[in-house]
Design a protein around this ligand. Sequence first.
Ligand SMILES: [Mg+2]
Ligand SMILES: [Zn+2]
Length: 212
Amino acid sequence: MKIIFFIDFDGTITDRDTCVAMTGAFARGNWEELELKWQKGEISTEECARETFKLFNATGEDLKKFLVENVKIDDYFIDFAEFCRQKGHEIYILSDGYDFNIETILENYGIKGIPYFANKLIIDGRRFDIECTYSSSTCKQCGTCKAELIEKLKPENALAVYVGDGYSDICAARKADVIFAKGVLLSHLRQNGIAAIAYNDFSDILKWVNRR
Ligand SMILES: [Mg+2]
Ligand SMILES: [Zn+2]
């Protein structure tokens, strides 16, 4: 059976959340409060980003340098992606973070040809803004609504596998047939009695897909 992977980016493909990391590096003032409100679902991704960017002082070049110097990817992601390419399993990256961060990091690791859906980061000098191209008309929380994207992208006769770690994965993961989870996502699914496979890194997922 064909397998289609839907994979979160921040903290899943990368070793840390690039949105939180860039905010820690470039925002002045009480951005943590905004992050907490977002985690609780009190403000949307778009509202959170726009308020957070008011506290920013950086250029696109600053951000690119920061990401290249400070963000690593999962040690086994490249092997995993190569295996999937050889076997014809599709991979989509679904992110409620930024296209700029995904492109910068994938390019830094020489990774090509993986389609992604994410929010657009607009940088004009020192002004940052967000554009949510893949938001949903029914979901008010997400900038990029992963749950809706899975429904659109999942073919009839494929096994959909979700891989993620965070708040923006919670409703999306439920749309998949198999869930690999760590972090907040894993604890949330466990608390709600939803079956998920705990994993440490992509070597676990590579082993799983290799056995099929
Ligand atoms: Mg994440
Ligand atoms: Zn949503």
